[in-house]
Each structure stands twice: as C-alpha cells, then as structure tokens.
Design a protein around this ligand. Structure first.
Ligand code: ADP
Ligand code: MG
Length: 686
C-alpha cells in the first residue's frame, strides 16, 4: 500500500530504526519501518539451491553452475569483451562481459573457482552465459537453503543487504494473524505468519512457477489481506462522510416538473432511475457523493440539470464544472435554454471572459442572483464566492485533478457532489478504488439513435475517405476531421492541426472548413463551434478538444487520423460525437501502415465494440488502471500486491468479508487496518 510512501514518521531522526544513509535509500522505496520491510515482497525468485552440470544445463533458463576458470582473455573484436572459459566435470562453457572493470580480469584469474547464475545459451563456441551474476567460491561451498528472493530495490542497496534487512524484520515483527480462523478457513487461505515467511524464504522444493505467477496460496493470502485493507479503509471513509452534515434538499418538484414538461422528449427509463437515486441523496442530511456513469450520448446533461433544479428549488445555488471551455460553453447554452424560461439566471465563468462581463457574473454569483454557475476550472478561483452553493456537479470528472475538485467543493459549506463520467469505470475498479462512492449508471441510450458504423482504413486509401467526406458534406450533412494526437509536443500537435486545416481547405474548395484546437482563444473557439452547430461550417478540423461533450446532431461522419495513437476510451469518446442525429453515421479510423501487433489489437477492440464499458474493460487490461485513477490518486490506498483484474475473485471475497467484519467484528477490522495501513489516517479527500 502507498501509505508507507505518503506517511512520514512523526519524528524522523529518532523514529527510524535505520542509520541515516540506509534510511535515505529505504525511503526511496517507500520503506520507513521494520514493518514496511516485512511487506516489501519479492519481485521474483532465483533457484540457487542446486548446482547444475554445464553439459546438461537446460537452455534459456536462469540456473546456477560452478566450475574452475581455465582461461581469461580480453578480446577486442568486434568489441572489447572479457571472455572466460570455465570447466566442470561435465564440460566447458564461456562467459562474456561487455562491460567490466580491470579488477575483474584479476578476480577471474585461471585456477579460481567461480559460481555462476545466469541464463545458459548456445553461443558460437558452445554453452555460454553473458553477464552472469558470479561469486568466487572455495570447493564445496554450501548452496542456498531457500529460493533466493529478488526484491525491488534502488541504487546503492544490494539484494544481499536488503535480504538481511527483511530477515531481521521477519524475526522482529509481530506476525500474529489479524484475521480469525473462521474467515480464512472457508477461503482456503493460510496463516499470515506462514505466508509471509514462505514468500521471503521459500523452501528449495517450492513451486517456483506458482511463486512467479503469484498464484501460490501464500501470495493469495497477502493479496487478500491487501484487498481487504483497501475495502475496510474505503468503508471507513464512506462512514465518516455519512457522519458529516449537509443541507437536505428534498424534491419539491416545482422547477424539475416544469423543465420535464418543457422538454421535447421523455426521460429514458435509465435516466428516471438515476434521477430517483440522486433526488433521494439530496434529501439526506449528509453530503451526497455520487458518481454518475453513462456512455457518451446517454443523456447525462439533463440529469445534471434536474439535480441542479432540485437544489435551486430549495433555495440553494448549483455549479457545473466542465474540463474544457468548449464543453462549458455548450453546457451554458443548453442550460440557459432550459432554465431561462423558468425565470432562473445561469452565468458562465470562463478564464477568458472580458473583465466587465466577468465582474458582472461574479457579482451575480456572490449575491445569489444567479442560481447556476457554469464554467471550467475558472469556477474555483479565489475571486469566485458563492452566496450558498448547495450542489457541485463535475462533468467528465476523470479529467480533473483532486485539488481542482476539492477547491470547488470548498466553495460551499458542505455541498452535495455529483460527478459525471462518460469513461465508464470498469466493474473491478469501481469495486476497489471507487468503493467509497455511490454509483449510478445510465445503462441505455435515448431511442432513435442510429448505431455508428466504424471503419478501419489504411492511410493509403485516403482518397476514398476524402471522396466520402465530400459526398456527405455536399448532401447537407457535416463532418469532423480529427487531427493526429502528438503527446510529446503540444507545439507539434498545433502545427499538425494547422497544416491539416490548410491541406483540407485546399482539398475541399467547395466546402467551408473550420478549425478548433486547444490554443485558440476561447472566443474564437466558441464562434467556430457556433458556426459548426449552425451548419455554416461543413467540415470541422479539430484536435481532441472536441473529445468530450460536443453535441452537433447533424454531424454524421468523423475521420480520425492516426487512430493508432489514441487511447481506446478516447477513440470511443470521439466516436460518440457522431450518431447523435437521425442520419446514418460513420467513424473512419485512418491508420498508418505498417501497424504493430498491439496497435492492431487495440483498433480491433474499437472496431468490434460499441459498448463503452466493454471498451473500458479491455483498455484496463491493456494499459492498467493508471488512466482511470488519474483523479483518485490522493488518499486512496493503492494496491501493490494484488491486481484487480487477475485477482477478481479475491476482490469479491474481500468486499464481502469487509462488510461482514465491520458489522460483526469491528475490532478485527481495526487490527487489520493497523497492520496494512500502519495506523496512518486514511482520509479520502474527494
Ligand atoms: P452525455 O451523456 O454524453 O453527456 P448528452 O447529455 O449530451 O449526453 O445527451 C446527448 C443528446 O441526447 C443530447 O442531444 C440530448 O438532448 C439528447 N437526449 C438526452 N436525453 C434524451 C432522451 N431521454 N430522449 C431523447 N434525447 C435525449
Ligand atoms: Mg456530457
């Protein structure tokens, strides 16, 4: 767990059991106490318990051999290499060192015995090892009695020293079980003391494959412990939040009903369902913290509007924060149109607003004349003061950092919080890292959507794509052309966008082509988007700024250049910009050949799936949880041993047992957290 890294002993100098130089190195590994060392588990193992004979050594495996050096020379061609010949009773082998110190030539002198550990290969002159680990030994030097653990380490801290430190903490720390027998037994998990000792010093006959795969029961036990600690800590946090108080805002159905009556469509069943959950949360006297998930186009905005109205009809203000100006502006347009006729005032706060307008908006928010404020991160800057913020809504929550979300929340005494996300959080993640949040899911799209046809097209067939764009635009529909993503350089990205725009303007003299990118002034961005929405621009060249939220139903074709460079969820989001109207829509993923194996596999996932949850799940498998966790990193106990995908069964068990323990044996929960979080306070901030 991360707690070791995030937690500092109260009095560093006296609290650390290690000498200062060692303490610094250990701190780099997030290790501060003997107890931390105990839970610092091996990356892998080496079998140094037996000595193989050179002639019968199996190839391609890391093994130990031993023999006498019979020749040592430095070769200069093709490059400087130290070459030794080593012999045992069975045969002869070669050692090669490409980087070596002069002292090594002396050390590896003919006549000495050397014990080697490395991968045996078939070299040009027979058996050989390149850069093996080696150690000079006397005849009949004893072999290791346990498999040798290899730990994650840092410069200047050798495996041998680390091993000694771990052994010392094994001897010193309390290894008593935190979990009662009746919890462990049905799960078939061994005792903690036994498991931890086994992992730090497995016996010579230990199944090294099971250890390497981390499926051995000892690994299972520690993974379970870690997952359980995470669940317990999330529960604790959840309960702490329930203990705080917030203003109850029961549904008065005055404004909400008026809006529903004015809408040109009925809510979907799924929208109604999540609205009931939110309405009930807002009624409670403690702060709501709900995550609203729904695939792109599922209709989260209207749900946000209804939630805002429930706060407003109780005399509170609401705020909606969006990650980009384009999206904030679009929300502003939409919500003004919905709320204006109800006699409410909506203001827009953008960093780029002219001074006078900004001042007017700020005053309206401070004096309570504006019931709803919409904006980007500009919303939580210091000058923004709400009269009584009751509900903070965060759209595309994963785009915001912890601090930004926290800052908005702190604008109100204890506002309710609704987070929305179109990047669906896969089930395993929401069961682990998001376990402290309440989650609502909009699991159906509004009716009448035409599925988007996805096409994978090689860059060599660009001409066909150009023809298709022309045809669509000339027949009255509109298209997006998404520029390649260049993660390394924003300048280069900008340059590419401008060049693409110029090329396409020349390619399509009969069309009106527009360009939006992140560096454009907000006002120009808004003007271009408005022109596209109004149909004055037929082809919109864009960077990923259009990835979230943009809603132009008449746009039915999207071309994404260098699709292989985008993340899967990103492609899915982009694709969600089309297929919003009645026209048959298509998304063309242009890729550069040759395509790597992985790139091909990823594009195939997008091609084959239209369900955002499934795509997110596959993305999680391919890229790990980092992408999703961006905004959750602070305060959540991260997992170091368990892997939520691989260990899904254990995760489910941990979740079940956490609930049981908290209800029936709170002292067990306390003891377990004490071991795994080492007493650190685990306050989740957002
Ligand atoms: P997202 O969940 O991606 O934010 P939006 O809220 O932008 O989706 O909604 C996408 C489109 O669907 C909008 O044009 C919106 O007006 C429309 N919409 C939302 N709910 C419904 C519904 N129940 N029936 C028909 N159209 C709807
Ligand atoms: Mg949206």
């Amino acid at each position: 767990m991360t707690t070791a890294a995030s937690k500092k002993p109260k009095n560093e100098a006296s609290a650390s059991p290690f000498p200062p130089a060692l303490q610094t190195k250990l701190a780099k590994l997030g290790l501060h106490t003997a107890h931390d060392l105990l839970l610092h588990l091996p990356l892998r193992y080496q079998d140094e318990t037996r000595i193989h004979s050179i002639a019968n050594a199996s190839l391609g495996q890391a093994i130990q051999v031993e023999g006498e050096i019979i020749d040592t020379t430095v070769q200069y061609r093709p490059r400087r290499t130290l070459v030794c010949r080593v012999e045992d009773d069975s045969g002869m082998m070669t050692l090669r060192f490409l980087n070596f110190y002069p002292s090594q030539i002396k050390q590896l002198a003919p006549g000495k015995r050397v014990r080697l550990f490395g991968e045996m290969r078939h070299g040009f002159f027979g058996m050989e090892m390149v850069h093996p680990q080696y150690r000079m030994v006397d005849e009949n030097a004893p072999v290791a009695e346990a498999l040798t653990p290899i730990y994650p380490t840092t410069a200047g801290l050798g495996q041998a020293s680390l091993r000694k430190l771990v052994q010392a903490s094994l001897a010193k720390c309390d290894l008593a079980d935190t979990l009662p027998h009746d919890v462990l037994q049905p799960l078939g998990l061994p005792a903690f003391a036994e498991s931890i000792a086994y992992l730090h010093q497995p016996p010579p006959d230990a199944p090294i494959e099971l250890l390497a795969e981390r499926t051995h029961p000892s690994w299972q036990r520690l993974k379970f412990d870690e997952l359980l600690a995470q669940q317990l800590s999330m529960h604790q946090h959840y309960r702490r939040r329930r203990a705080q108080s917030a203003a109850p805002m029961p549904p008065r159905q005055r404004l909400t009903r008026a809006l529903l009556a004015a809408l040109p469509f009925p809510l979907t069943r799924a929208q109604q369902h999540v609205m009931t959950e939110i309405a009930s949360d807002l009624t409670k006297p403690h702060p709501m913290q709900r995550l609203l998930q729904g695939d792109v186009g599922s209709g989260k905005t209207i749900v946000a509007a209804l939630a805002a109205l429930q706060a407003i009809e109780n005399g509170f203000q609401a705020a909606i924060m969006a990650p980009t100006e384009i999206l904030a502006e679009q929300h502003y347009q939409k919500l003004s149109a919905w709320l204006g006729p109800l006699g409410l005032r909506v203001v827009w706060l953008a960093a780029s607003l002219p001074k006078k307008e900004k001042q007017a908006a700020l005053t309206a928010v401070a004096e309570g004349e504006a019931q709803l404020a919409i904006g980007t991160h500009a919303l939580f800057q210091e000058q923004v003061v709400f009269r009584n913020l009751g509900l903070a809504i965060i759209d595309e929550q994963h785009r915001f950092g912890v601090h930004q979300r926290l800052a908005l929340r702190q604008k109100g005494a204890q506002p309710h919080q609704l987070m929305m996300s179109a990047t669906p959080i896969p089930r395993t993640l929401s069961m682990s890292y998001y376990a402290d949040l309440d989650v609502s899911v909009i699991d159906e799209l509004p009716p009448g959507r035409t599925p988007v046809v996805t096409k994978l097209v090689s860059d060599r067939r660009r001409d066909e794509v150009v023809a298709r764009v022309r045809e669509a635009c000339l027949s009255g529909r509109q298209a997006y052309w998404v520029c390649p993503l260049i993660e390394e350089s924003e300048t280069l990205q900008l340059k590419t966008a401008v060049e693409t725009f110029e090329t396409l303007t020349a390619t399509f003299p009969e069309l009106k082509v527009g360009l939006v990118h992140g560096r454009l002034h907000a006002r120009d961005k808004a003007a271009t988007m408005a022109a596209f929405k109004a149909g004055e621009i037929q082809l919109l060249v864009a960077t990923t700024v259009i990835e979230v939220g943009v809603d132009v139903p008449n746009a039915s074709l999207m071309v994404i250049e260098h699709a292989e460079r985008f993340g899967l969820s990103q492609l899915h989001q982009l694709r969600g910009r089309v297929g919003r109207g009645a026209a048959k829509s298509a998304c063309i993923l242009l890729y550069q050949t040759p395509l790597s194996e992985t790139a091909r596999a990823r594009l195939k996932i997008i091609y084959e799936n239209s369900d955002g949850f499934e795509i997110a799940r596959q993305d999680l498998l391919l890229r790990g949880p980092g992408e999703f966790l961006g905004a959750r990193q602070s305060g959540v106990p991260l997992l170091h041993i368990a892997d939520i995908e691989q260990d899904q069964g254990l995760l489910e068990a941990a979740r079940r047992i956490a609930e049981k323990i908290i209800a029936e044996q709170p002292e067990v929960a306390e003891r377990h957290l004490q071991r795994w979080l080492a007493g650190a306070e685990q306050y989740l901030k957002v």
